[in-house]
Design a protein around this ligand. Structure first.
Ligand code: B3K
Ligand code: ZN
Length: 885
């Protein structure tokens, strides 16, 4: 826990380091009750920082300094100053070697940062500032060094000893111990350092690169998981090929390793040559992981692999530039997933996630630009804004420059900056220079926070045959930013004629039409575009593919939305029209509920859904997406003041009405798809994934009827299927039903069967935590006493507490505030155990401004209670204090 006051760090204060570390030679002696770390740092004065020898200030936290010497001269207490998080000493020459030995305690490290133990294995997590918990160092990404690492441990407990780079030597020691030395030929910042020691098994494969080099691929897991690795290995090979084909990027070491660990604060980490993964993002087989989990493994394996270029070879100068690697890499992994699966479905999923979660962040107290200009705790800035909005910003560059222009830009970026630590400006500069364009105004996406609104009006002049669209952009005030300058907003669009075809698009002043789909660049606060040769009033299809992360408003009526749902040539916008229709209908129901009126569902929604269900030519994955109503979280995000109970009642009523009105076509789809599942068994291909998704959505609507016929079908699926996708869906449907006995039986049997598989038990916790039936809080409280639950494992915290607070809105926001009290209690406990996880779990409380006065009071009171609860980590302190400001 910190004892120094939390300090705000500003981007404007950035200065290059005074000293550089050319070589880092580490030796770890791992024991059960402590670890010794010997570090030899070959250092020199940074020539860019001028003359003289300023004091050397090394970062270090929770380290017990045992010895320190400079150029072989032992230093005594009078030679240095030791504070909570720094060690300061005075170099005597421009080049010198510093040797230190510290004692650390990975065995009691519950924060899971630095070196720690996950179960029986040792592992590390150093990004962003975890390396300072391993040894005294210049722990900043612009200090890049060549690392050599020796690990020594008891042979029997830790037969596998890994670090970054290539293995160069190993041997046995006295007393049943052994050692291994690894050398990483690439200079890297300390945040990419990794070490693993454990009793691990590995699956090995190889990859031939584009220049015919053989790379050994190894995925290490605990022995019981060895049968769940093939999917990750396949994903890795696909990623390596894709990065060669799409970006011309080849892997650079002779070996690439992934290690799966159970206790991990996030999804995975791109350490050079030795990626460490949350086991939830590596392990997958049909019997234990859903289709969605398989896709997540594929995406995360790709993401971390892609970092080898976008992040490792070219890294960040400072942590304000985090989106330089994260936004770009999320964009790369999203395009990879789009190429491997359905492009439209991937886009729909990403946009739904962004609009629900990132837009909420952008409208809340922690709103910050894609490149933040200050922070207290950098761990709090691994956000949806830096990652997902950052990726949207890169996507817009791709849209504006086109695929070829974008590739020219990335080629120049990698060539110019290979081996360097750079900034978002350097990335943009490469794009500009490679394409001869000026992105000065575009760069506001990096510096201005908040989600822009784009209001669109149209007018048609029948006599002149012209059609005009007027765009007005604005951006709400966000913390620290009152007035915003106009953004560059790429608007991809088409104009539909009465038959639903795209009209040729010719702007006034242009010689000829440029296709039926094009991108307009909206750059002014208000801007009008006039299309000519338009024989009839068209219906616009705007922001196709969600070409910019904005809130677009155009006054469509419901019939127009139904028309777009059927005819838009852009698959994303067909879905979007359906979402807008659902939102209009649900908002009407919410109003009825608030006025105490009888709820009446607009029958047009039923008609639209019936059309989708009955058209067998449609892609089933798209049908499934289009049949999914906007989530309660999304309805909350778009409300001025969110009425939790009305939102829940309206959405449940709509689901019920759809289930009843479309019972027959839903049942027909369900039965046909379930029968196919029985015939073919589990197949991990797109068409089968689509079929299962639609089958499971149909089942959940059908269960609304409460008919015993559906219960039987659900139990048949639960008991008779051969995969987790069908089994978990059936379980979720039962859990949300009123069939108490069957529900209890199914939950008990599932837990009994899967009790030894922590990842499956996470699903079991989540399904129950998300159940919106009354009594949700009590159910979650009871589950916290389950033997499989522990606050020390982040996956468990997310599966139970996180799922409850983020997905079970009606129970979490109980009017008496008990849900808030529950969350705050656990944040206080977690603050001492694992500050990063504590601070993440806080997010739902920070959104208090969205709710009615009584809930606002209750939520604020809990934030205040956390603030007063004692010594807070900088992580929790920053989020709580900014939320209350
Ligand atoms: N770069 C890591 C995130 C590290 C988070 C540190 N608190 C994973 C990723 O984005 O690939
Ligand atoms: Zn990343």
């Amino acid at each position: 826990m910190r004892t120094e006051q939390p300090k705000v760090i500003y981007l404007k204060d950035y200065q290059a380091p005074d000293y550089l570390i050319d070589e880092t030679n580490l030796t770890f002696e791992l024991y059960e009750d402590h670890t010794l770390v010997h570090a030899q740092l070959v250092m020199r004065r940074n020539p860019e920082r001028g003359e003289g020898l300023p004091p050397l200030v090394l970062d270090g936290q929770q380290l017990e300094l045992l010895s320190l010497s400079m150029d072989d001269r032992e230093l005594g207490a009078a030679d240095y100053q030791l504070e909570d998080s720094h060690l300061t000493l005075q170099p005597q020459a421009a080049s010198f070697t510093l040797d230190s030995t510290v004692r650390i305690h990975p065995e009691t490290n519950t924060a899971l940062e630095g070196l720690y133990k996950s179960g029986k294995m040792f592992c590390t997590q150093c990004e962003a500032e975890g390396f300072r918990k391993i040894t005294y160092y210049l722990d900043r990404p612009d200090v890049m060094s060549k690392f050599t690492t020796t690990v020594s441990a008891e042979q029997h407990r830790y037969p596998v000893l890994l670090s970054n780079g290539n293995p160069v030597a190993s041997g046995a020691e006295e007393g049943g111990r052994h050692w291994a030395t690894w050398e990483d030929p690439f200079k890297k910042p300390a945040y990419l350092f990794a070490l693993v020691a454990g009793d691990l098994w590995c699956v090995e494969d190889s990859f031939t690169t584009m220049t015919q080099r053989e790379v050994a691929l190894r995925i290490y897991v605990e022995p019981e998981n060895i049968d769940k690795v093939q999917h990750a290995m396949d994903s890795l090979k696909k990623s390596m090929r894709w990065d060669e084909e799409v970006y011309g990027r080849e892997y650079d070491l002779d070996i690439f390793m992934i290690v799966a660990v159970n206790d991990f604060n996030m999804g995975a980490m791109e350490n050079k040559g030795l990626n460490i993964f949350n086991s939830s993002c590596v392990l997958a087989k049909a019997e234990t992981a859903t289709d969605a989990a398989h896709q997540r493994v594929e995406a995360v394996v790709a993401h971390e692999y892609f970092h080898n270029w976008s992040g490792n070879r070219v890294t960040c100068r400072d942590w304000f530039q985090l989106s330089l690697k994260e936004g770009f890499t999320v964009f790369r992994d999203a395009e990879f997933s789009a190429d491997m699966n359905s492009r439209t479905v991937k886009r729909i999923e990403d946009v739904a996630f962004l609009r629900t979660n990132q837009f909420a962040e952008d409208a809340g107290p922690m709103a910050h630009p894609v490149r933040p200009d200050s922070f207290i705790e950098i761990s709090n800035f691994y956000t949806l804004t830096v990652y997902e909005k950052g990726s949207e910003v890169v996507r817009m560059i791709h849209t504006l420059l086109g695929a070829e222009g974008f590739r020219k830009g990335t080629d120049l970026y990698f060539e110019r900056h290979d081996g360097q630590a750079v900034t978002c400006d350097d990335f943009i500069k490469a794009m500009e220079d490679a394409n001869g364009v000026d992105l000065a105004q575009f760069k506001r996406w990096y510096s201005q926070s908040g989600t822009p609104r784009l209001q669109v009006e149209d007018s048609y002049d029948a006599a002149a045959k012209t059609y005009s669209l007027t765009f007005r952009q604005s951006c709400p005030a966000t913390p620290g930013q009152k007035d915003k300058q106009p953004f560059v907003i790429p608007v991809e669009l088409g104009l539909l004629d009465a038959a639903g075809n795209d009209l040729p698009l010719r702007l006034a002043g242009e010689a000829k039409a440029q296709g039926g789909n094009r991108v307009l660049s909206v750059t002014g606060a208000e801007q009008t575009f006039t299309f000519v040769d338009i024989a009839e009033r068209p219906l616009p299809s705007l922001l196709r593919g969600f070409s910019a992360p904005v809130k677009l408003a155009f006054p469509y009526d419901r019939d127009q939305l139904m028309f777009l749902m059927q005819h838009d040539s852009d698959g994303f916008n067909r879905w979007e029209a359906g979402q807008q229709l659902s939102v209009q209908v649900l908002q009407e129901l919410i109003g009825q509920h608030q006025r105490g009126e009888k709820l009446v569902l607009d029958p047009r929604l039923i008609t639209a859904f019936r059309t989708l269900l009955e058209d067998e030519s449609l892609d089933q994955a798209m049908v499934a997406e289009m049949l999914s109503l906007p989530s309660e979280a999304y309805l909350t995000e778009i409300s001025e003041v969110a009425d939790v109970d009305a939102i829940h009642a309206a959405r449940e009523f709509a689901r019920q009405s759809i289930g009843e009105a479309l019972f027959q076509p839903l049942l027909a789809r369900f039965k046909a798809n379930r029968a196919l599942s029985r015939d073919t068994g589990y197949v991990a291909e797109a068409a089968h994934i689509a079929r299962r998704t639609l089958q499971n959505i149909a089942l959940s609507y059908l269960m609304q009827s409460g008919k015993s016929e559906v219960l039987e079908a659900c139990l048949e699926q639960f008991n008779g299927c051969d995969n987790m996708t069908e089994r978990l869906s059936a379980l979720a449907v039962l859990v949300n039903s009123g069939f108490e006995q069957e529900k209890a039986d199914a939950l008990a049997r599932f837990a009994d069967y899967f009790k030894d598989d922590p990842l499956v038990m996470d699903q079991w916790f989540s399904v129950q935590a998300g159940c919106g039936l009354p009594g949700g809080l009590e159910r979650v409280q009871a589950l916290m006493a389950h033997p499989a639950f522990t606050l020390k494992n982040p996956n468990k915290v997310r599966a139970l507490i996180g799922a409850f607070a983020n997905q079970n809105l009606v129970n979490f926001h109980r009017a008496d505030g008990a849900g808030y009290r529950f969350l705050a209690d656990h944040v206080i406990t977690l603050n001492a155990l694992n500050p990063q996880i504590a601070s993440r779990q806080l997010a739902p409380l920070t959104r208090w401004r969205k709710y009615d006065a009584s809930r606002q009071q209750l939520m604020k009171a809990e934030l205040e209670r956390i603030l007063a609860s004692g010594e807070l980590s900088s992580d929790v302190f920053e989020v709580v204090s900014k939320s209350l400001a």
